[in-house]
Every structure is written in C-alpha cells, then in structure tokens.
Design a protein around this ligand. Sequence first.
Ligand code: HEC
Ligand code: HEC
Length: 439
Amino acid sequence: MNRSGTRAMLTTMLLGTLLTAFGAAALGDDGHDVRDQHEHDTLAAGRHIFRFDTFGDEDFWGGSLELHQAIEGSRLGGVGAGVSPKTALAVGLKVDVDALPGSLVRDLRAGRVNLDDPAVTVALLRLNAVVGITGVFQYPSSTSLKSIGIQCALCHSTVDDSFAPGIGHRLDGWANRDLNVGAIVSLAPNLSVVAKLLNVNQATVRKVLTAWGPGKFDAELLLDGKGFRPDGKTAATLIPPAFGLAGVNLHTWTAWGSIPYWNAFVATLEMHGKGSFSDARLSDPSQFPVAARAGFDDVRAETDLVSPKLPALHQYQLALAAPRAPRGSFNPAAAERGSKVFDNARCNSCHVPPTYSEPGWNLHTAQEVGVDDFQANRAPAKGYRTAPLRGLWTHMKGGFYHDGRFATLLDVVNHYDVLFGLHLSAQDKSDLVEYLKSL
Ligand code: HEC
Ligand code: HEC
C-alpha cells in the first residue's frame, strides 16, 4: 500500500470512529447499520426477559410456596388433585401455540389430548408453552417438576385465542384480565413465608388471596398488609396494560414512579426474584408497616439477577405500542363525533393525546376524579395517575379505574357527567364511548 493509500485508510478509520462516537450511521462490514443491529439485539433481549426471565424467583414460588407440587398433584408426586389444562385455562393461564410441536397441535385438534390430566399441564410446562410460567425440572429429560418460576408475561401478556379460547399467539403487553392470580397462589401448599411476613396465619392469607378475583393483583399487600378496603371489598387492583407507555411520566395506578423503578420493584419485591432495590419511602412504618419491618427499602441480592436486565427490559416495554382498535370494533362516524365531545368536555385537559395522560406531572387527588382515596393512600404520592387511554378496547373485562369500579365505559362517562356537571345527552355519551373504544 502506498503512503496516500495508508493515509486514506487511516482517515477512513478515524472518520468511522468519530461517526460512531457521535451516533451517526456506523456501517458494519456487510454495510448494515451496526446501531440498528444493537437496537434490534437489545429489543430481542428485552422481549426474552419480559417473556421468559424468572430473575431466580423459582426459589420463592417453588422453593418456598411449593406451588409446583400443587400443579403436579399427588398422583405425580406432588399434593392435592393437581392442575389439569382445563383448570389452568379456567384460572386464566394462557398457552402459547407457537411453542407446541406440530404433532401435539394435531392431537389437540383431534381431541386426542386429555385436558383433565395434570401430566399434560406438566408436559406443557416442559415445552415452555404456559405463558408467564417456567417449570424447573429435576433433571433435563425428567417429567418431574423441581420448582416453578413466574415472569412479567404472566400478568402482562395474553394470547389471541387463534387455536382455542386461551390457546394462541402471544400478545405482549396486554393485561390478562382472565388471570386469577389469587386463586393460583392460594393453591400453594405452603404459604408460611407470606403469613410470617404479614404476621397473620395461612388461613387469613388464603382468605385475602381468594377475594382478589380475575384480572387483579395487590402490589401493596406485602407493603402495608391491607387485604381489604374499609367497605369490605378486596384491596387488589386491576392488572393494567404494559403497552402504550412511551412518553408517559408516572406509572402504575397510583404513580409509584417510572417504568424502570417499577420493574425493579416488581421483579424484586413482588415476583421475589433475586434483585437489588432501594426506595427510602418504604421505611415509613406508618404507611408501610410490613415493608418497614422487612427492610424492603433497601434490598441487596448477593447475585443481582434483576438490575443488569433493567435497560433492555425498559427498551422493550417502550417499544410496545398500544394495538389499534380493529375495524368493526367501534362505529367510526360516532367515534368522530365522540372525539369532539371528548374535547368539549375537557377530557383532554388530563388525557392529552397521543399518550392520553398529561405531559408533565400526571397525578391527581382522589377528589379531583371523584373517588375515595383508599388506594391512593397506599402509595407515597397519595394520588391517582391519569390513566393512558390507548388500547382500552383490549381490556374491556374487569371494569375501569384502578379497582374496576365502573363496569363499562358508559359507567365511566356517566361518572364524569355527574362529577363535572357536563349535562351530556344520551347521544353525546354513546358517541364518547365509541371514541374511547377507537383509541
Ligand atoms: C402477578 C401479576 C403481575 C406480574 C407478574 C407483573 N405485574 Fe406489572 N402490574 C401488575 C399490577 C396489578 C399492576 C398495577 C399495580 C398498581 O398500580 O398498584 C402492574 C403495573 C405495571 C406497570 C405500570 C403500567 C402503567 O400503566 O403505568 C408496569 C410498567 C408493569 N407492571 C411492568 C411489569 C414488569 C416489567 C413485570 C416483570 C418484571 C411485571 N410488571 C410483572 C401485575 C403484575
Ligand atoms: C382531572 C383529570 C381528569 C379528567 C378531566 C378526566 N380524567 Fe379520566 N382519568 C383520570 C384519572 C386520574 C384516571 C385514573 C383513575 C383511577 O385510577 O382510578 C382516569 C381514568 C379514566 C378512564 C379509565 C381508564 C382505565 O384504564 O380504567 C377512562 C375511560 C377515562 N378516564 C376517560 C375520561 C373521559 C371520557 C373524560 C372526560 C369526560 C375524562 N376521563 C376526564 C383523570 C382525568
């Protein structure tokens, strides 16, 4: 190579480095954008974490609660009747059809699979086909469960029912409003760890869990020990969607913090993965007696299986857009009229498009939205976060607002009509509902 050739090469190398450093297109050997590839890899890693990572929580769900034994049943060496596929589907668990081998799909279609047999559930776990639950087996080819762990996808994914109700392709980010978390957890033979944490007996824990019902979970129970509201109803809240969150400031119904804040919180304190987590707010014994006692304000894992995964998990969540309302699921002409009602009624003063939450501080007092402050007071911010409204059509089950107190969108609209003295006509109301369904 002559001197000018060497200089040209050095210049190219230097330029390449500079371009990479400043974030301009960095081309790989085969000419594709290296940055795109990196983003792609991060998203794929994030999706894998969201769907399959237990963060080591099998030591809790299997190890402590022995939930895997309840799934197997006594005939397979566990305890009780076992969980058949029929029972699993009935408590809202979903099956990923893409994880099933062709032969099994054919057998299912032909009705040759015994859906009353817990061994079939265990086989589905072997195939990694139960959304949000991972079976840990005694040894690689064993049919005997050693433990089970749970994932984000358990509550925040469902399936499209393309094969049968509860069996289909994964829909990440969708709230599983069929899932009866309380019923599933209450099957656990050993709830002593939870009972000890809450300072109650196991029968009381079961009473609290079985009151949750489908589509609900109580993320604050292990912080304040409140199983029921003053009106005697469950203190659990609805599982929200985990899509459409990009651009939204505060997260959760009661604005606990940002997405990565909540991810670390959930993975460590709720799923009982092995993670590190800090939040000095949880050391307040008057608001969070259980958390303060247990030292949840500062948790350190010996080997942290959560923190290293937060960046990719966050990126994947931000990439989950709210799915568009399918054609035919709402009346377009009415929705068009309803969008004007939405603006005229000043719904858009809080629900600002495109996120339909406020740009800025998206938190309100209970009084501002005309509800009681029980749930608000269970979080440090003591308010309710303006719920992002995109994809409402995906969670019409279980009701609306944090606890599902309004069974239908019309009930929500009627609530605002009275609260804000809107005097909407019946036509306005139904148009507004069609608009909400179209978001
Ligand atoms: C057992 C069910 C369950 C599991 C498992 C679960 N979540 Fe959630 N998630 C909920 C519930 C219930 C809420 C609402 C909590 C509240 O507001 O008090 C929630 C809230 C959220 C929110 C806030 C959504 C919004 O509208 O701002 C995000 C983000 C989220 N979860 C992500 C995750 C991630 C990531 C994981 C896995 C690390 C996970 N969740 C595991 C039930 C679950
Ligand atoms: C003062 C701010 C504010 C205004 C104005 C407002 N909202 Fe809301 N909206 C909220 C908050 C906060 C929540 C969450 C309440 C909760 O979590 O219990 C909410 C929840 C909702 C929900 C339920 C979402 C879900 O996932 O369950 C719908 C639907 C809704 N609002 C529609 C409207 C409509 C329609 C209007 C106008 C008539 C309106 N909102 C006006 C703050 C507001």
